[in-house]
Design a protein around this ligand. Structure first.
Ligand SMILES: [Zn+2]
Length: 470
């Protein structure tokens, strides 16, 4: 059935968009299933030809929705190795029209232990409302959402003139080692007014979300030396507190009695609109029964808007090799998550100062920072693109969207921000809390997926119509 194209001079007809997306949805789902059959894991121990195969499948999908300029491209990593193939497709903007960059990734996490899956990871299976399979949500659904939204725009508004660049990365789950170089090599082709990163999650089935904050992080290693060499604990124990005992004091000093991070000078905010249900959090995190959760304030603020610090590694004598000796030195690694807006270098300096000014009986203590990642924060009320996206989410779901954070980081968001400082970034997603990305039985909620496509189609149509209205 041919639909009446939306008249580009009038406001976008939501019902027409909804109908176009709905008519094409069986094809969208078939395309997703075909793509999710390809085990495109960009890890060295997996078959790299599968990542190439999925890049070729994505390139064919891009051509099928009217992209003429479609390339499969790689860039070198900083170590000089060639990265995994990304797909880059472009429709140049007509005079006076904005350009939007649509990002997702076509590589997936390894399947993990097959025994934990209820169906084959790379044989997508529909059960009830959900499509199960590795990549069914993260992030092949993001890829197909983009393809489907572009197709809906082409049907609804032929000759729309909107500039569209499609950038489908092939190594996100491997830490995007060539992402930065790829951006720099293709800087002009990827330039856009609005960037949609479709790799996040909605708040709940029935409640769409725009991800507006990501925590930053710093990590570093401490070393404590007490003795030049190990000595007998019977002969020397007593006057000497050895390295592990002093490390325990160091680690204990990182939090106050409530379990809040005790490093002075760190940013900490309380601004989450929604809260995580306590019982749900306990179940999702798998804390043992009776465990008292640390910190104060909403759980969502503790996860999104406050710092957190963990001891993630410790080098000392193992239990199997333990002897009755005082241990001369110890090394540990700390990882700290930072509130959105916190300067990472300043936070690293605060942690270093905290550790080096501790009273550890004159032991030799050093601390060196090893990693640093920027946080991200978007003021959704004062960002024209975020307001437009929230309107599209509201119209697609018929529910008020929420602005959410992510406790972890998406490091390449900082690269996008740095290379395209004037671009508006929209972090959207097709996952829901039960999607179990990266775990066994990963799945996509199929009716929510259709709504996500409607929202993105509306975004494209409205941008084509009125730009950002600025
Ligand atoms: Zn992802």
């Amino acid at each position: 059935m041919a639909l009446n194209p939306v008249n580009p001079d009038t406001t976008v007809d939501i019902d027409a968009i909804r109908q176009i997306v709905s008519q094409n949805f069986p094809e969208s789902l078939d395309q997703l299933i075909a793509l999710a059959r390809i085990p495109s894991v960009a890890w060295e121990s997996f078959d790299a030809s599968k990542v190439q195969e999925s890049a070729e499948a994505v390139a064919a999908l891009a051509k099928s929705v009217g992209f003429d300029d479609v390339r499969i491209a790689t860039a070198p990593t900083d170590e000089g190795k060639q990265g995994y193939p990304a797909v880059l497709a472009r429709k140049p903007a007509a005079e006076g029209k904005p350009t939007i960059l649509l990002y997702a990734h076509h590589d997936v996490q390894p399947p993990g232990d097959r025994a934990l899956w209820d169906s084959e990871p790379f044989e997508p299976e529909l059960r009830g409302d959900r499509l199960f399979g590795r990549g069914a949500a993260d992030d092949k659904a993001g890829v197909i959402a983009h393809i489907s939204a572009v197709r809906a725009l082409e049907v609804a508004m032929p000759g729309h003139g909107l500039g569209i660049s499609l950038f489908i990365e092939g190594e996100e789950e491997a830490g995007s080692p060539s992402f930065r170089n790829f951006l720099e090599e293709n800087r002009a082709d990827l330039a856009a007014d609005v960037i949609v990163v479709a790799d996040s999650a909605n708040w709940a089935v029935g409640t769409p979300a725009l991800t507006t904050s990501l925590r930053g992080m710093v990590a570093g290693e401490f070393e404590i030396r007490v003795l030049e060499h190990a000595v007998h604990s019977g002969m020397f124990g007593g006057p000497v507190l050895d390295a592990p005992l002093l490390a325990a004091r160091l680690v204990a000093s990182l939090h106050d009695d409530d379990g809040n991070v005790a490093i002075k000078g760190l940013l900490s905010k309380e601004e989450a609109d929604v809260d995580y249900d306590d019982a749900q959090f306990r179940s999702d995190s798998s804390v043992v029964s009776g465990y008292q959760l640390a910190g104060t304030g909403k759980l969502t603020d503790r996860l999104w808007n406050k710092p957190a610090i963990s001891l993630i590694g410790l080098d000392m004598v193992s239990v199997a090799e333990s002897a009755n000796a005082l241990i001369p030195s110890i090394r540990g690694k700390l990882s700290m998550r930072l509130a959105p807006g916190q300067d990472a270098a300043a936070a690293g300096a605060a942690l270093k100062k905290h550790i080096e000014s501790l009273d550890l009986r004159g032991a030799h203590v050093s601390f060196k920072l090893t990693e640093e990642g920027s946080s991200y924060f978007q003021d959704a009320e004062n960002d024209a693109a975020a307001r437009l996206m929230n309107d599209c989410l509201r119209d697609a779901w018929g529910t008020e969207p929420v602005n959410t954070g992510i406790g972890g980081s998406i490091p390449f968001i900082a690269d996008l921000k740095e290379l395209y400082p004037s671009a508006h970034i929209l972090i959207t997603g097709v996952e829901d809390p039960d999607s179990r990305a990266h775990s066994a039985n990963e799945s996509l909620h199929v009716p929510e997926f259709e709504k996500a496509i409607v929202a993105e189609s509306l975004l494209l149509a409205r941008l084509a119509n009125n730009g950002l209205g600025e």
